[in-house]
Ligand binder design. Structure first.
Ligand code: NDP
Length: 285
């Protein structure tokens, strides 16, 4: 079997067209949706992510503000800026790019963002809402992956799903969304005793570890849907995922490439969450 590739770039295009038309409708009522992006420090990877997010806003009719601070910014000053953004009616979504410098408590910063502007969905109020089946914002990466399952008609009800990775950003919310969709979910992590024993039983595998080639062809059930979240560099410096793409492609039923899979969907869902926030704010006004 050769897997059908899930094209995150093409699906993103369709979703972004919808974002652009909803943004235009809001703007026509004087309520252009706005995203505030905050970057502290000079981590080169973060700079690229932030630039892509700001550009995606500009390309799709969203207003964006971009605050760039040196790594010496104090926690108190960052919290004060978040407080301003919380009260700014032009801003519907606030994104503080992680990781933050060590002297700033990320947890405190995330909790300072108003839950109804927390477009990353990381605030405990939003994590709790997701856990109890009433999400306000779904974290962007897992949300984008759910859109992929939907677009490609991949059945989740009754499916065995394995999520490798248990971060608050990807693994845990992914598992919650799969559970909500009716899958039987197993979460694996670095302490899992026999990873392959779990993945071989899975109809759906989502890999989010940051470990190159952690999932190889012998670990995959023929026909399974495999979603590769990982973003790594291979020995030649080329972007690659967590899945042994060449091998797994011959066994899986569906597979996401890296690049061109989950990555573009993550940014797209940030736009979708910002539009949803703006539409809610317009309704409540
Ligand atoms: P974290 O480092 O926070 O979490 C990694 C997880 O992988 C941990 O739960 C860890 O287990 C688990 N893990 C590590 N080694 C193994 C192993 N040998 N076997 C099984 N599990 C293992 O990463 P994130 O969740 O933030 O991100 C994961 C990857 O996804 C990264 O490569 C990141 O760059 C990428 N990413 C991509 C995005 C995109 O848009 N494409 C968005 C977000 C992330 P334990 O908890 O036990 O330590």
């Amino acid at each position: 079997m050769t897997a059908k590739l899930i094209d995150g770039t093409a699906l993103s295009k369709t979703l972004r067209a919808d974002v652009a038309s909803r943004a235009a409708a809001l703007a026509a009522r004087g309520r252009q949706p706005g995203l505030a992006v905050v970057l502290v420090g000079d981590n080169p990877a973060s700079e690229v992510y932030v630039r892509n997010k700001v550009k995606a806003c500009e390309d799709n009719g969203l207003y964006s503000s971009y605050d760039r601070y040196p790594s010496t910014l104090s926690e108190a000053d960052l919290l004060a800026r978040i407080d301003e953004l919380n009260r700014d009616p032009k801003i519907n979504g606030i994104l503080v790019q992680l990781p933050l410098p060590a002297h700033i408590d990320s947890h405190k910063v995330i909790e300072a963002i108003a839950p109804d502007k927390d477009v990353d969905g990381f605030h405990v109020a939003n994590a709790g809402a997701l856990m109890t089946g009433k999400p306000l914002f779904r974290p962007c990466t897992p949300y984008g992956i759910m859109k992929m399952f939907d677009a490609y008609g991949i059945a989740l009800k009754g499916a065995n799903a394995v999520v490798i990775g248990r971060s608050n950003i990807v693994g845990k919310p992914m598992a919650m969304l799969l559970l909500d969709a009716g899958a039987t979910v197993t979460i694996c992590h670095s302490k899992t005793r026999d990873l392959a024993a779990h993945t071989r039983e899975a109809d759906v595998v989502v890999v989010a570890t940051g470990m190159r080639s952690i999932l190889t062809a012998d670990m995959v059930k023929p026909g399974a849907a495999v979603i590769d979240v990982g973003m790594n560099r291979d020995d030649a410096g080329k972007l690659c995922g967590d899945v042994d793409f060449a091998g797994v492609k011959e066994v899986a039923g569906y597979l996401t490439p890296v690049p061109g899979g989950v990555g573009p969907m993550t940014i797209t869902m940030l736009l979708v969450n910002t539009i949803e926030a703006a539409e809610r704010a317009a309704r409540d006004a």
